[in-house]
Design a protein around this ligand. Structure first.
Ligand SMILES: Cc1ncc(COP(=O)(O)O)c(C=O)c1O
Length: 413
């Protein structure tokens, strides 16, 4: 198997495994497809904050949505201008973070009533920065591929509840703030039908804010991980967004900026996690049925999504002498039985795959979004290397960690 023009065997030989590999061609295609939807596009960099990925996003004129001050600073280091990086802190501001944003002119998006107050207090204290803020509204319903990624409705901690808009206005007025932006992000991995409907709701809320300059419809664009199914068509979203903006421009009699901020759809498809088959095992269930395990060096410390959400990722084996297809459970090296790449609802789900041999390569697709970004040092496993492919060239963007990196600031006391 090849990623662009480079064989995975060569990648594994040159960089070792596991290794994250990103195709610039696939990334560029995704950027173009998403940029066509809205006049302003932000990349929710939480999905993958690899330097080269961010650089490509910058070069293509996309802005940034950052969810921590560390992400803000990472984006600035890559070369994004402060005014192009919006800080959507989760549910509160650290004092030093909001002060940093005011001093550095980083636009802020406030997701709770408390955050509007915290921003206002910092603005009054410092007497500097922008008095224009955006607010994140919880429209009363959400969507997502998992309950854990649904960020709207009564069971979500995110956003200012849609019935509290008068309160938000009075807090803003108390501190001399103007609400110039409204924002909504109802969840990650949702579906287009939900997005279409909910954007209409946000427009109705937006009409209540007389200083409105921009409206951000969030991320959550769908991505189809199953390669046997057609990729989700994004094109119907564009006329919907256009219609929403027309309504607002008619209402206010001036130009309103339309923004979206997907993460997953930018990067999911450009990323692969390449590993190696290390061992085979089998068991028998209560009915005497044999269960075959393929044990690889890819664990949930490298790719958390199957373990965290039961997410599906395509899997391929590569190498000489692959056997016939059979039902296989693919697992990793982490010392927990939940460490399986093929699972759903905390249960192993065998998948029909060609039987590999020890030493064959495993390739996990759809790994660009929330892959390396959610990796950890669990079991004292090093964070893996990241490599970018551009045509026939492979470039190491981040080296594999060693033990010293893992121990970092830990001292014997
Ligand atoms: C505030 C915010 N915006 C955008 C996104 C991106 O979502 P997605 O990757 O589903 O497009 C997220 C992720 O959950 C988010 O928290």
């Amino acid at each position: 198997m090849k990623i662009e023009n480079v064989s995975v065997t060569e990648i594994a030989k040159q960089y070792g495994t596991p290794v994250y590999v990103y195709s610039l061609k696939a990334l560029r295609e995704a950027i173009q497809e998403i940029k066509a939807l809205s006049p302003v596009t932000r990349y929710a960099m939480k999905a993958c904050s690899n330097w080269r990925v961010l650089k490509e996003i910058l070069d293509q004129g996309v802005k940034i949505d950052a969810v921590s001050v560390y992400e803000v600073q990472r984006a600035l280091r890559v070369g994004f201008k402060p005014e192009d990086v919006c800080f959507t802190s989760d549910v509160f501001f650290n004092k030093e973070d909001v002060e940093y944003c005011l001093k550095e002119n980083i636009p802020c998006n406030c997701g709770t009533l408390g955050m509007v107050r915290e921003y206002g207090q910092a603005y009054q204290r410092l007497k500097t920065g922008d008095n224009g803020i955006s607010i994140r509204i919880n429209p009363g319903e959400g969507a997502g591929h998992s309950k854990k990624t649904n960020t709207g409705g009564p069971y979500s901690k995110h956003g200012i509840w849609y019935q509290n808009l008068d309160e938000v206005k009075s807090i803003a007025a108390e501190y001399g703030l103007k609400i110039t932006g409204v924002h909504m992000h109802i969840g990650s991995g949702g579906d287009m039908e939900h997005l279409k409907r909910i954007t209409g709701k946000l427009v109705d809320f937006a009409k209540e804010f007389e200083d409105l300059q921009e409206i951000n419809f969030g991320g959550g664009l769908p991505y189809q991980y199953r390669t046997e199914l057609p990729q989700e068509d994004l094109s119907p979203y564009k006329p919907i967004l256009e219609e929403r903006i027309q309504v607002l421009e008619k209402h206010f009699g001036r130009k309103i900026i339309c923004e979206i901020e997907p993460g997953r759809r930018f990067v999911a498809g450009c990323g692969y996690l390449v590993g190696e088959v290390r061992s085979l095992n089998h068991t028998f269930d209560e009915d005497g049925k044999r269960l075959d395990y393929v044990l690889t060096n890819i664990g949930f410390c490298h790719l958390l999504r199957p373990m965290a959400y039961g997410s599906y990722h395509p899997i391929w084996f590569d190498g000489e002498d692959l056997g016939p297809e059979q039902e296989l459970i693919v697992a990793g090296p982490v010392c927990e039985s939940g460490d399986m790449l093929t699972q759903e609802n905390e249960e192993p789900v065998p998948r029909k795959l060609p039987m590999p041999k020890v030493g064959n390569i495993i390739i996990v697709g759809g790994a660009g979004a929330y892959g390396m970004a959610m990796a950890s040092n669990y079991n004292s496993q090093p964070l893996v290397a990241e490599v970018v492919i551009d045509g026939s060239t492979s470039i190491l963007v981040r080296r594999r960690q060693n033990l010293d990196d893992i121990l970092l600031e830990e001292k014997e006391i």
